[in-house]
Design a protein around this ligand. Structure first.
Ligand code: XBP
Ligand code: MG
Length: 253
């Protein structure tokens, strides 16, 4: 029998992590709060409460989410000639607010995330990020939760506007695979949401879903996770051997 290290090496070349909802529960008490602070700063009467934000999360990307909100609740805003620039400005303020909030340390990693990242590093498995969030947000979160050096552990960071089409488009995953120089079959993605799973699966990457607080739980009957290779409450107890089994064609069903 091969030692575990060899089995893992044979099967997985890289782990590709989503960020929001996967590394940490960043949305309700992070992004949502930062959006509202930016709206206040811009003198806008908009406020996203928890229930509305849950609904708005079906649209990925902050600028896209603001535009979607306007379409539904403030269409005259979009008729302004400078609407695109205004949204970009509001979003830049939101990114500053979000970074400051992350730096307070109140957003923690989800269970098992740190252990899995360290295990992958120890096993020589390459790490990458595929997210719709803004690159600065990724850096702030990794630094604050994992340490100053942590952004450097991720060889490829596909984030924000690096591709024009955000999740559920597979574009960011395809971009990350291309940058890594790997086939989808050599990687495993870790996701938390329906758009995230759709994106990774459409790129052909075996996906572990640990649903976030905003997504249906693994135990919900008829949940939306059919395309997932594995669905777990969180990443506690998910081992590299479990992930290697997902990329091994002998285990594909
Ligand atoms: C989640 C998102 C992001 C964040 C906001 O991304 O949809 O848009 O809510 O970030 P993922 P920005 O789960 O792919 O990490 O405002 O920077 O877009
Ligand atoms: Mg996510």
């Amino acid at each position: 029998m091969l030692p575990l290290r060899s089995v893992v090496d044979m099967a997985i070349r890289a782990l590709i992590f989503d960020v929001d909802g996967t590394l940490a529960e960043t949305e309700r008490d992070g992004h949502r709060v930062a959006f509202n602070a930016a709206f206040d700063e811009a003198g806008l009467p908009w406020h996203w409460d928890v229930e509305l934000y849950d609904d708005l999360l079906t649209v990925t990307g902050g600028k896209e989410r603001i535009r979607h909100f306007c379409t539904r609740f403030d269409p005259t805003f979009l008729q302004r000639r400078d609407a695109t620039a205004l949204i970009a400005g509001i979003h830049a303020a939101k990114t500053r607010r979000y970074g400051a909030l992350v730096r307070t340390g109140q957003i923690k990693l989800r269970p098992g995330v740190q252990e899995l990242i360290h295990a992958a590093r120890d096993a020589g498995i390459r790490l990458a990020i595929a997210t719709t969030t803004t690159p600065d947000n990724v850096t702030e979160l990794l630094r604050t939760t994992l340490g100053e050096d942590a952004p450097g552990w991720f060889e490829v960071v596909g984030a924000g506007d690096v591709v024009p089409d955000k999740k559920p488009s597979p574009a960011v995953y395809l971009w990350v695979l291309d940058q890594l120089g790997l086939d989808a079959a050599e990687c495993v993605a870790i996701e938390d949401s329906e758009p995230g799973l759709a994106a990774a699966a459409a790129a052909g990457v075996a996906t572990v879903v640990a649903p976030s607080a905003h997504a249906p739980s693994p135990r919900d009957p008829g949940g939306p996770w059919e395309q997932a290779a594995l669905v777990v409450d969180d990443l506690t107890n998910v081992t590299l051997a479990d992930l290697a089994a997902l990329t091994n064609p002998a285990n594909n069903h």
